[in-house]
Ligand binder design. Structure first.
Ligand code: C2E
Ligand code: CA
Ligand code: CA
Length: 773
């Protein structure tokens, strides 16, 4: 048996390539989308981290400014109560300053006059008097009218890192005048640093206040990044890039990546806070940002991969389902639904595969069950189906390596079997048919299905052909064999194949042939032999086809093909018309015209307007009706006697004669014949030749002629080839002869020359070897 892979229907190579391309393109698009997606995510993460840092810097700088301004506002508020008078009254002034300290913002508050002498009140040291502050920055700045806050410094009295805030003091009585002194508030730098001490970036970032030189003024407790105080040496030394230094010097916001001496990098973002040349500076280690970025990236990659995975899985599942359903569909298309074995299509495909499997010799076998339709009628459709399934199973189980079996239609099965040993192969087929018959025998009845098979030994070239067509052709002899009981194995050979091929060729070009009028009528003379000399009494019009493609095609070849597909009626009418044309011409030429017989196929008999059509053609050419005879084959009688009788009667009523053709081939019974309105009976060729030579043949013919005569028919013997036969037939009472002895069918003009012109009798006597009756 051919390898499974040859047999199993699979989606075509083309569809596989298409699927692979679609998948490939799909994956490619997914990968591209993934790369773009990862890129976007990475950039988005980076920019959102930057944005976050900028926001932190903005908020922190606004906070810091608000806090500083708050401190200044407290001092401004307090300065409103200091006048020229109470600057001179130290005790009252100190009392006032103590109130400010007690309010909680500053640990020490003092007033310095324009000469630099100041009094102060300190939370822990109490009153501090008469000190010279003239050289202090805050005195100088605020004396000039500015609010000022100092850089952190170590307080000389307490040793605590402190910040000094100073505002000018004006005499409220002298509005618009110069300051009369400076109000100073001191607070610990640490408490200030606490205000900006926020935990950022999981404790790895820090917020500081730096000046325009990059010096760190205040830093939160978290200012140590990864255990190293990044700013202890100042930004300058920490590796701040020049551009950042420039923007700091200009008091502008900015950001920078700082490479630390230990090789790690920090990202810093700074905002001016509007106090002195100070900035809020947010710092985070770069690796933290990268890690964040990385985490988001990995998370989104995992997400994307998950989506790709799900999509791929879905694609795979869809393709698999499709693949399977395609396979199932293809299998269904190749399986016979009734029996479950291969169908015709599968058989055709598989048998076309690898002829080398069958090199030893193989044959196509077509099985047929005679009487199966009756079986169906008697036992019912279900029993019939079960019977076919049994046979299918039986044949399949008998298959050998590389062999095939299929259920075609109805009761037909086909096999491709190995037949290197013809004798053995035949024995196997007989055995198979016996088994089929045994398996289909109904238990309760004597009814038997008979099986037959047609065998055709395949040649290598046959594998190139459509095996189905060969099977169709093989069905013809098998059908024929049904009527001849006996032979169960019918042979089909190359001649049959050639004939079938030719028939198909004919079929393919015949409609063109008809429209191109490639047909013409030949005429074969008929002679009356009842007198002393044979006298021309008629002729049969016989169709000829001169095909430019196939050459001269004989009626025996093309008539059966035309009969099968129904175009025979067109030929018959064509020949009838041709005959009428000739008759008209001969009548017009003043020749002695004889009736012409035209063959009428059985198909015509069932045409509703047959009579009108014939009459129309004959009348169109003004041909007297009695010059037309119609030949109907004997077989038609048995087929539809009633129809035949009615048509024949109508035609006869119109003067047209009816001839029964091929008498002796169709098993007509004499009693039936007497009811049929025929004028002439044409004895078939098979009565003559060898049959007439033997005694029994002669006796049969004699009695047939005698009987027909008694029934009142005219008798015409057809296919008479020898003078001896002519004499014999005349003796037995046969009046008319058509045969090669008097002339073959010839073209119209030849017929006219040879048969209708006066000198014809010389010709005839020559044909009868000079003997006369
Ligand atoms: P058929 O109607 O029985 O025609 C007689 C056939 O016997 C003719 O063959 C003719 O040539 C042949 N024949 C006549 N005398 C002799 C003889 O002495 N010896 C031998 N061996 N043969 C002889 P043809 O012309 O080849 O026609 C064959 C058949 O084709 C016809 O048999 C007829 O059945 C059919 N046919 C021919 N023309 C037409 C037609 O126009 N319409 C129809 N329906 N059938 C036609
Ligand atoms: Ca005929
Ligand atoms: Ca005939």
């Amino acid at each position: 048996m051919p390898a499974r892979e040859d047999i199993e229907p699979r989606p075509s190579r083309k569809s596989n390539i298409k699927t692979a391309l679609v998948c490939g393109a799909g994956l490619f698009v997914i990968v591209i989308v993934l790369v773009v997606y990862v890129n976007i995510i990475s950039r988005e993460t980076e920019s959102s981290l930057n944005l976050f840092m900028e926001e932190v810097a903005d908020v922190e700088s606004a906070n810091a400014r608000a806090i500083f301004e708050g401190e200044f506002n407290i001092l401004h508020g307090a300065s409103a109560f200091i006048t020229q008078e109470n600057i001179g009254n130290e005790a009252a002034l100190l009392e006032r300053l103590r109130e400010v300290v007690d309010s909680g913002s500053f640990s020490r508050v003092g007033v310095v006059d324009l000469e630099g002498h100041g009094v102060a009140y300190d939370q822990s040291l109490g009153n501090l008097t008469s000190r010279d502050y003239i050289d202090q920055d805050f005195v100088r700045k605020s004396k000039g009218g500015a609010d000022y806050v100092s850089a952190p410094y170590e307080d000389e009295l307490t040793g605590v890192q402190s910040l000094a805030f100073s505002v000018p003091v004006y005499d409220i009585k002298h509005e618009g005048g110069d300051p009369i002194g400076v109000l100073v508030g001191v607070t610990s730098a640490e408490s200030f640093a606490n205000i900006i001490d926020v935990s950022l970036f999981a404790g790895r970032g820090s917020v500081s206040i730096i000046d325009s030189n990059g010096n760190v003024l205040l830093r939160s407790a978290a200012a140590e990044v990864d255990g190293v105080d990044v700013f202890s040496a100042g930004y300058d030394k920490a590796g701040l890039p020049d551009e950042a230094k420039e923007s700091l010097a200009k008091g502008e916001s900015g950001s920078a990546t700082v490479i630390r001496p230990n090789g790690t990098t920090l990202f810093t973002i700074y905002r001016p806070i509007g106090i002195n040349d100070w900035f809020i500076d947010v710092v985070v280690p770069s690796d933290y940002l990268e890690a964040q970025n990385h985490t988001v990236l990995v998370a989104s990659m995992v997400m994307a991969l998950f989506v790709v995975g799900v999509v791929s899985l879905l694609m795979y599942l869809i393709l698999r389902v499709r693949h399977r359903s395609e396979g199932a569909l293809a299998r269904a298309a190749l399986t016979d639904r009734l029996t479950g074995i291969d169908n015709e299509l599968a058989f055709m495909r598989k048998s076309a595969v690898r002829p080398e499997y069958y090199e030893g010799g193989c044959s196509l076998v077509l099985f047929n069950l005679v009487g199966f339709s009756l079986f169906n009628t008697i036992y019912g459709f279900d029993a019939g189906s079960a019977c076919l399934r049994n046979i299918a199973h039986l044949l399949k189980s008998d298959l050998r390596r590389h062999e095939l079996v299929a259920h075609l239609t109805g009761d037909r099965f086909a096999m491709l079997v190995e037949t290197s040993d013809a004798r053995r192969a035949d024995a196997r087929l007989v055995e198979l048919m016996n088994r089929i018959e045994a398996a289909t025998r109904a238990d309760d009845s004597q009814y038997r299905i008979v099986s037959q098979c047609c065998v055709y030994r395949l040649e290598r070239a046959d594998f190139e052909r459509d095996i189905n067509l060969i099977l169709q052709d093989m069905a013809v002899p098998l059908k024929r064999a049904q009527s001849h009981a006996g032979s169960r194995i019918v042979r089909y050979d190359e001649c049959d194949v050639a004939a079938a091929t030719r028939a198909r060729q004919i079929e393919s070009i015949m409609s063109t042939a008809l429209s191109e009028k490639e047909f013409l009528a030949f005429f074969q003379p008929q002679y009356d032999i009842s007198g002393d000399v044979p006298v021309l009494c008629g002729a049969e019009a016989l169709a000829r086809w001169n095909s430019p493609i196939l050459g001269l095609v004989t009626p025996d070849e093309f008539i059966p093909v035309f009969e099968r597909n129904g175009s025979i009626s067109q030929i018959d009418h064509y020949i009838l018309e041709h005959a009428c044309v000739r008759l008209r011409q001969w009548l017009d030429d003043g020749l002695r015209c004889v009736p012409l017989s035209v063959n009428l196929s059985r198909r015509n008999l069932f045409s509703a307007d047959l009579i009108e059509q014939i009459e129309h053609v004959v009348d169109k050419h003004r041909v007297p009706h009695e010059l037309i005879k119609l030949e109907l084959a004997e077989g038609i009688v048995a087929e539809n006697e009633r129809q035949l009788i009615s048509t024949a009667e109508k035609l006869r009523a119109r003067g047209v004669k009816i001839v029964m053709d091929d008498f002796g081939t169709g098993y007509s019974s004499f009693p039936a014949l007497k009811d049929i309105p025929f004028d002439t009976i044409k004895l078939d060729r098979s009565f003559f030749g060898e049959s007439i030579a033997d005694k029994r043949g002669r006796a049969t013919l004699m009695s047939v002629i005698a009987l027909l005569e008694q029934l009142g028919f005219k008798i015409l013997a057809e296919g008479v080839e020898t003078a001896r036969e002519v004499f014999q037939l005349k003796e037995w009472g046969c009046q008319t002869i058509q045969g090669y002895v008097f002339g073959r069918p010839v073209e119209g003009t030849v017929f006219e020359q040879e048969c209708l012109r006066p000198a014809q009798n010389d010709l005839i006597s020559a044909q009868l070897d000079g003997r006369s009756f």
